[in-house]
Write a protein of this length. Structure first.
Lengths: 254, 601
């Protein structure tokens, strides 16, 4: 079984986000970038399926600038067999929107014919949570989103999903699309020899033009603002005062 | 709990922009593995591992300490699991040779990783810390059989190593050791004696511990010419090379220390333990020095790591803590007070930490490059030059970086005021942990004698000239650059003075040997400041050249820190120069008896 894993280069989750002074976007100058944490979980799941003998090949794919190859190398170091980079540098300096990414991934799915595509449920930079779903619609494949457990049984896939108020288990027929939630697994650290070997694993490059997909942005980013700074709290003298304030000042109870 | 982010951007500046490591690696045999993308990936993963795995165990390990029960030592909670992950990740073998299970990457890269380990958990780092040196000693001096038995296991980290030198009555002066080695007739020796202060002498992290032990043969000459080196495993390897019979080496007790509580510092009793001679008889001290030089640079890196960790946390606090208004008027009027980073004296402390940490990183990486060249350079003349420079700078790295490391971690406490003294904040731990670095692997005093006596004066100043010539060339090349005048002029003056001071001490020493000892520590500190001044000038040159891009803030901060170093730290050379020139008389006149006249009756 071949598994395709999509990974995205985002701002490192440890980095304290700064907004540009002109509020045009998040400031990415001199900022550490890393693989989106949900994508790490996706890679880990694919590699574990391979280690268990369920999968025979893991292919990592990313859409982004040249520098996004770093994240593909990370995926290769973690155990992916080869990588595909869809280089958007020539077409756009901006982020590629979810729909364009989904269309590009659709082309890769058509070409590679994987039995399983695993994506993070969302990326921590834009938090859209839609690429996996869009890809499922475009390819006409069944989807199991927000997965906390994935089991392959023959040509069936059982996905436990984290939903409001509990867990839901769905059975999908393969090929299928899965998006990962936080509790699916705990990603490993890359081993030093594997980091070195990753360099020698094949990495193919394609462009959106070659795949016939238009990536120009259809959404204009108007403004980015830092969250309002937290105000200091107050001490109340009694329960009655608290209730009074919650009712009349905060208006959260009536 | 203190936080830590590996200074990856600063490392890139030092390695790629300032010291041109990409070209350096490309020149090394096997260096093609260390291409910039692989180096970046390794450093990023090392940063992640140290931050996520080692850092959370630093404070808990300090509080819990180690436990000795029935001869077995238990390291603090989590240490064993972290070590397992470290070994599985292949980190111990980073710079070792592929033929013994290593990754064959340059030593300098291992030194960068070492900084991250020391910054996040020095006590933990001292478990694998000496394996590298033990492996080096065996690789250089061990027999083929010894290499086969121990090297791969040490390189892969499956077993750890120790250095057993110190005994209750002697540390610096190893000629006095009493541990005996008696031939058993089958080519082995029975080792008996007591060693103290043995880092990681006994623990539960690895399945076997390989002790490298200094002992005396029955017919050995007196003093340091009669010391031999032995390998003594905790478990004797069986026919398959696995840990077999328990050897007669046990941990008698754990030392109760000021710092690095998470590391087991052991009293080791050798009771007719089976050992094997490493290298020729009576040449043990020379063999051991293979380990010592590597270990000394390693300790300098410990000073660096602790400074960086303390700086990062002091900075976070200074930005956050609101107290008093800036003297020239409120900076943040909407808040009840300004963050303390507005105050000049808080900035002085933070900049002291920053300038020493960033300058220290330049010094470590400059030295790391020399280590690579000594090990791998194809050109004999180049190798010889690198070896001489490395010999000169090793005591500077060791002693200067741990002296200023102690100062800088202390400033870290000071920035937090009373909170710095409270354990919860973790700032006092950096000071306690840093304190040992001025002591082990040769105290500052010993390093200073090594620098001034052995390295500088014994070579008639030639070794020093090698370095001052390099500085002189740099100053000459940049002499006409008005943008660098503020750095080049004072540097050129100091560089000339360095030679003059050496001459002066050398002349005095011809009449009185005590002059060397009297001048040595001030000479070492003086040398450290001038060396850092040279590197800060190079950093300033590089930053100046890179201004105007989208990383202006980074380069401007670099230039500003260089200015701080030149204006606020470098003047200390005046005091050191004067003290060097003061000579031995004021130290030597007063008699040992007269010292106590104020209280002895």
């Amino acid at each position: 079984m071949k598994i395709l894993v999509a990974v995205k280069r985002v701002i490192d989750y440890n980095v304290k986000i700064r907004v540009k002074p002109d509020n045009s976007d998040v400031d990415l100058t001199n900022v550490k970038m890393a693989m989106n944490p949900f994508c790490e979980i996706a890679v880990e799941e694919a590699v574990r399926l391979k280690e268990r003998g369920v999968a025979s090949e893991v292919v990592a794919v990313t859409v982004g600038p040249k520098a996004a190859q770093e994240q593909l190398r990370t995926a290769l170091a973690l155990g992916a067999d080869r990588a595909i980079h869809i280089n958007t540098s020539a077409e756009t300096d901006e982020k590629v929107e979810s729909l364009a990414v989904a269309k590009l991934l659709q082309k890769v799915v058509e070409e590679e014919q994987p039995q399983l595509v695993i994506l993070g449920k969302q990326a921590i930079d834009t938090d859209n949570n839609q690429t996996g779903q869009m890809l499922a619609a475009l390819t006409g494949l069944p989807q199991g989103t927000f997965a906390s457990e994935v089991k392959v049984e023959g040509d069936k896939l059982q996905v436990t999903r984290e939903i409001d108020g509990g867990l839901q288990t769905v059975a999908l027929s393969l090929p299928a699309i899965v998006t990962t939630d936080l509790r699916l697994n705990e990603p490993r650290y890359a081993k030093l020899p594997d980091i070195m070997k990753a360099k020698k694993k094949p990495l193919a490059t394609q462009t959106p033009a070659e795949l016939g997909v238009e990536v120009a942005s259809k959404v204009t980013l108007l403004k980015v603002e830092s969250p309002a700074e937290r105000q200091g709290g107050i001490k109340v003298g009694s329960v009655d005062e608290l209730v009074e304030k919650l009712k009349n000042e905060a208006k959260v109870i009536s | 709990m203190p936080d830590y982010q590996a200074p990856l951007r600063d490392l890139r500046f030092v390695m790629d922009e300032m010291l041109d490591f990409p070209a350096h690696y490309a020149r090394l045999p096997g260096g093609e593995e260390a291409s910039p993308d692989v180096v970046n990936a390794i450093l990023a993963e090392g940063a992640r591992f140290t931050r996520e795995v080692l850092l959370p165990l630093n404070q808990s390990g300090d509080r819990e300490g180690c436990l000795l029960e029935g001869g077995e030592v238990k390291a603090p909670k989590g240490f064993k699991e972290a070590y397992r992950q470290y070994v599985e990740g292949g980190w111990p073998s980073l710079s070792a040779e592929p033929e013994f299970g290593g990754q064959g990457l340059p030593h300098s890269l291992g030194m960068v990783l070492s900084e991250m380990i020391c910054a996040t958990n020095l006590a933990w780092g001292m478990y694998p810390g000496l394996s590298h040196g033990a492996a080096d000693a065996l690789r250089h001096h061990g027999s083929d059989e010894q290499k086969a038995s121990y090297l791969t296991k040490l390189v892969e980290g499956v077993w750890t190593g120790t250095m057993c030198l110190t005994e209750p009555h002697c540390g610096t002066d190893l000629g006095l050791i009493k541990t005996r080695a008696v031939p058993t007739g089958d080519g082995a020796y029975e080792i008996s004696g007591t060693k103290i202060f043995i880092s990681a002498g006994e623990h539960d992290l690895a399945e076997n511990i390989v002790h490298l032990v200094l002992a005396k043969l029955p017919d050995a000459p007196e003093g340091s010419k009669g010391i031999s080196l032995f390998v003594v495993p905790k478990f004797l390897p069986d026919a398959d090379g696995n840990p077999g019979e328990r050897n007669g080496v046990t941990c008698g007790s754990l030392e109760h220390k000021m710092g690095i509580h998470g590391n087991a510092t052991c009293v080791m009793n050798f009771d007719a333990a089976r050992g094997f001679l490493v290298g020729p008889p009576n040449k043990g001290l020379a063999c051991m020095f293979t380990m010592m030089n590597v270990a000394r640079i390693g300790v300098g890196i410990q000073g660096l790591g602790l400074m960086e960790a303390s700086f990062q946390n002091a900075l976070a606090y200074a930005r956050d803590r609101l107290q008093m208004r800036a003297l020239s008027g409120a900076r943040e009027p909407a808040k009840p007070a300004d963050p303390i980073i507005v105050h000049p004296d808080v900035r002085r402390m933070l900049l002291t930490q920053k300038a020493f940490a960033e300058g220290g990183r330049m010094l470590v990486m400059y030295t790391a490059k020399l280590v690579d060249l000594v090990e791998h350079d194809q050109d004999a003349a180049e190798r010889e030059r690198a070896e001489a420079l490395l010999g000169l700078l090793t005591p500077v790295v060791k002693a200067f970086l741990t002296e200023v490391g102690f100062e800088a971690t202390n400033e870290g406490v000071q920035v937090l005021g009373g909170h710095g003294f409270i354990r919860e904040w973790g700032m006092e731990q950096f000071v306690r942990d840093a304190r040992i670095t001025r002591l082990y692997e040769g105290t500052t005093g010993v390093q200073a004698l090594d620098l001034l006596g052995r390295k500088v004066l014994m070579s008639q100043g030639e070794t020093l000239k090698l370095f001052t010539k390099e500085i002189h060339k740099f100053c000459q090349a940049k002499a006409g650059d008005p943008a660098l005048k503020e750095f080049i002029e004072p540097l050129a003056k100091l560089n000339a003075e360095w030679g003059e001071l050496t001459m002066e001490v050398g002349m005095k020493a011809m009449h009185d040997r005590e002059e060397v000892g009297a001048a040595s520590v001030d000479f070492l500190m003086y040398s450290g400041y001038v060396t850092l001044a040279y590197l800060w000038a190079r950093a300033a040159k590089q930053a100046q050249r890179s201004l105007g891009g989208d990383e202006d803030a980074f380069y401007k901060a670099k230039l500003d820190t260089a200015r701080f170093f030149y204006q606020r730290l470098l003047p200390r050379t005046r005091a050191h120069a004067q003290m060097i020139q003061a000579g031995a008389a004021s130290l030597m006149t007063i008699s040992a008896e007269d010292f106590g006249l104020g209280f002895e009756i």
